[in-house]
Design a protein around this ligand. Structure first.
Ligand code: ADP
Ligand code: MG
Length: 335
């Protein structure tokens, strides 16, 4: 074989294996889980990537339908919420699993995370279509607190039962993370190894972005400019809970959607909390729990909690973090 035909053969082989075509970002955005969800797969195979994104979006919509307490769709969470005291309700297997995981975070977070705040959340009215503009009264808050509490639900052989009338489950602080995990699972099943799902700032990433780690900006809770950014790679999640997502100002005071189960009022110790964890489910639940706890208590709780890297913007705008949280400032662009 002469030199030219050898070169031709190499060219042919590399074309057959698709090596000449560079990998690119295949990108789609959908409205899901009450937010814009961005799907990105870094690949040479655009056609399969688009299929995987459609499937992931479908799976995430199913998660939303399974957990939502809003809209017309029927699900076992609503059935439980409408049930009477002592009436057993069989929750869908996914709901059962996430409730047990929520109870575990509840226990580990000294009750800062609470999946039974359905009545209180609706009373504050941050999640419905119309945002409230005025806080509820102390008496209304006490009544809603009496209809909550993990000690007031129980798993029996016939299903889950509530011990107080009206108690309602709410997975608002964990279901979005779970949905992201399910979407990433679909990407893995399709064989993709470089991808990201970003649901309104809550995300899970796979692999790297080309040959570099993914770079994720962290939102500043009070300014439009980012607070900084982090590098993440392999299979990791990064989720932020903030008091700027859904809030109103009443008589000069900020009221927002992350509630302290102790007081029944918006949690006051943090402006935002960012958690890096192996799954988006864990990162989502813990970002809410650690927001409520604040950095002082939160750092104590984290001594027993492995695998979470955390950054707080405290109520006074100072920063606290676990030692392994490596935030880079905006000027620090290359690495
Ligand atoms: P976001 O939905 O903005 O990502 P979070 O993940 O922190 O923010 O979830 C906030 C939602 O979780 C609230 O809208 C409410 O439904 C619910 N929630 C509020 N406070 C708590 C709490 N202490 N524990 C568990 N769920 C909570
Ligand atoms: Mg959360």
């Amino acid at each position: 074989m002469n030199r030219f035909s050898a070169l031709g053969l190499i060219f042919l082989i590399s074309s057959l294996f698709g090596c000449t075509q560079a990998a690119q970002d295949v990108h789609e955005t959908r409205f899901l889980l009450g937010t814009l969800v961005e799907f990105t797969i870094h690949t040479k195979d655009e056609k399969t990537a688009l299929k995987a994104i459609s499937k992931a979006a479908q799976v995430m919509q199913q998660v939303e339908d399974t957990f939502t307490t809003y809209g017309d769709v029927d699900n076992t969470v609503k059935q439980f919420n409408q049930a009477d005291v002592a009436q057993a309700v069989r929750l869908a297997p996914e709901v059962d699993k996430l409730l047990l995981q929520s109870i575990s975070v509840h226990q580990q977070s000294h009750a800062a995370f609470d999946p039974t705040l359905g009545v209180l959340n609706k009373l504050w009215g941050f999640s419905g279509e119309h945002l409230s503009k005025k806080p509820p009264t102390g008496a209304q808050i006490q009544q809603a607190l009496a209809q909550s509490g993990v000690q007031n639900i129980q798993k029996t052989e016939q299903g889950w039962v509530k011990k107080v009338q009206g108690l309602a489950l709410d997975f608002g602080a964990i279901a979005k993370g779970y949905a992201i995990d399910q979407g990433i699972q679909v990407f893995k099943q399709y064989g993709f190894t470089q991808a990201i799902i970003n649901a309104g700032g809550d995300m899970r990433i796979l692999g790297q972005h080309g040959d570099k780690p993914w770079r994720i900006a962290i939102r500043h809770p009070r300014q439009s400019q980012a607070l900084g950014w982090v590098q993440v790679e392999h299979d990791t999640s990064i989720v932020t809970s903030g008091d700027y997502e859904r809030f109103y100002i009443y008589q000069g005071q900020r009221y927002h959607h992350i509630l302290n189960p102790d007081t029944g009022k918006p949690a006051k110790r943090s402006q935002s909390v960012t958690v890096i964890a192996p799954t988006a489910t864990l990162a989502d639940a813990w970002s809410t729990a650690l927001f409520v706890l604040g950095s002082e208590q939160g750092l104590k709780v984290l001594k027993k909690q492995k695998g979470l890297s955390v950054l707080w913007v405290n109520a006074d705008a100072s920063l606290s973090q676990t030692h392994d949280f490596q935030m880079r400032d905006l000027a620090h662009k290359t690495e």
